[in-house]
Design a protein around this ligand. Structure first.
Ligand SMILES: *Cc1c(COP(=O)(O)O)cnc(C)c1O
Length: 397
């Protein structure tokens, strides 16, 4: 059974493989492979440096930003692509803190991704202005937004449990308390509808190699609300965020609007791959994508409950409260995932005991879900995971 958002033929997925890890690294869109070839051969190869102008390389960060904007509820001109997500979090958090110089607390939650928390701690150390990072439990977040809080920095969908925050309520509560928000959309962009403008979000960032399928190391995106862009002077004020980079003036003068978030030379080949990857989203609504994701994830959830009772649900039970992956706990989670991968069902593991399964309806259907659960039931029933090759940890889990 399929429906009109299903477009598996646009992806290069090895035959027989059930890929439940698009939340970590999206599969290769066929168009991206072709585009990489063409950009390398016809543009880099034939046009050489002239391609910065004639192939539009210099405009990629803004152009790709405008393609991602509708997927996250942002207006044109408010999203810039480039750099990594960790760098974007640093840049936006710094910009937000400078807008609230009298407040010293960055509020986040215990479900946030470590890189975001490490970046916040590193920024605090560097600023030496007496800031502190406070972590609340995800459910107790709103109560923790006091008048001391400068910035609420959160990841919309928890990378471990898939728990989804209420972006509208939290953003409104932060604003009521005089704080700004920085939302990380790593597990949201390309997976579910996000309404940055509607929620009046101040800042947001996300990566493009997960649900957006831009490829390993694909550049991140950064969003700044239209009214705020002119009021920030971003950290890492590189030449391409300058008003006139090719004047080569000695003083930094930020470009108008979100373009000031640019830092240095864009990774042209990665940008080209991402541009082609975004073609996959042409003509579909994120509401439709998420609706299918929920249908498939509810099916997965009920089949696992029936056939794999050893796995304990770690995600919210209601599909509307989570993102597009499902997580389970099991003390042998790592070995189970390895045994599944060896049988063509690819999920991943997050310490200490979480098994993650990404439900990506662009290339998964009911038959894949049923087959994945059947393999999982076998692995658990017959203890197929209990094998030295599956128990030994690799560096990337
Ligand atoms: C995947 C992810 C990152 C990764 O950041 P990179 O700089 O791209 O390595 C950061 N934050 C969250 C919430 C993520 O899920």
């Amino acid at each position: 059974m399929t429906c009109d958002i299903y477009r598996k033929s646009l992806f290069e997925i090895p035959k027989g493989l059930i890929y439940l890890d698009g939340n970590s690294l999206g599969p290769l869109p066929r168009g991206a492979a072709d585009r990489l070839q063409r950009t390398a051969r016809d543009e880099w190869g034939q046009m050489l440096i002239g391609a910065w102008n004639s192939a539009g390389w210099m405009d990629q960060p803004a152009q790709l930003g405008d393609r991602i904007a509708p997927l996250i509820g942002a207006h044109p001109g408010t999203v810039m692509v480039g750099e990594t997500l960790s760098i974007r979090i640093y840049q936006l958090l710094d910009a937000a803190l400078r807008l609230r110089p009298d407040r010293k607390v960055i509020l986040s939650d215990t479900g946030n991704f470590p890189s975001d928390l490490y970046v916040a701690s590193g920024l605090i150390t560097q600023l030496q202005t007496g800031h502190e990072l406070t972590l609340a439990e995800p459910d107790a977040l709103i109560a923790a937004i006091t008048s001391e809080v400068a910035v609420v920095m959160l990841t919309d969908v928890d990378y471990r449990t898939s728990r989804r925050h209420e972006m509208d309520r939290i953003t409104a509560a932060a604003h009521d308390a005089g704080a700004l928000v920085v939302w990380d959309l790593a597990h949201s962009a390309g997976a579910l509808p996000v309404d940055l403008a509607g929620c009046q979000t101040d800042f947001a960032a996300g990566c493009s190699y997960k649900y957006l399928n831009g490829g390993p190391g694909a550049p991140a995106f950064a969003y700044v609300a239209p009214g705020l862009a002119e009021r920030i002077t971003p950290a890492l004020s590189g030449w391409l965020g300058h008003r006139a980079p090719f004047d080569f003036g000695l003083d930094y003068r930020p470009a108008a609007g979100a373009a000031r978030l640019r830092i240095g030379t864009p990774p042209v080949l990665q940008m080209a791959a991402l541009d082609a990857a975004l073609d996959v989203f042409d003509g579909i609504s994120m509401d439709a994508v998420f609706a299918r994701s929920r249908t498939l994830s509810e099916r997965f959830q009920s089949l696992i409950a029936q056939h794999c009772p050893q796995l304990v649900l770690a995600s919210p039970a209601a599909s509307e409260d989570r993102g597009s992956h499902l997580s389970y706990r099991h003390p042998q989670g790592y070995a189970i995932i390895q045994a599944l991968i060896a049988r063509g069902v690819v999920g991943d593991f997050r310490a200490p005991d979480i098994l993650r399964f990404g439900i990506t309806p662009l290339y998964l259907d009911e038959a894949d879900i049923d087959q994945a659960v059947a393999v999982c039931a076998q692995v658990l029933e017959k203890r197929l995971w209990d094998d030295p090759t599956y128990l030994a940890r690799q560096p990337v889990t």
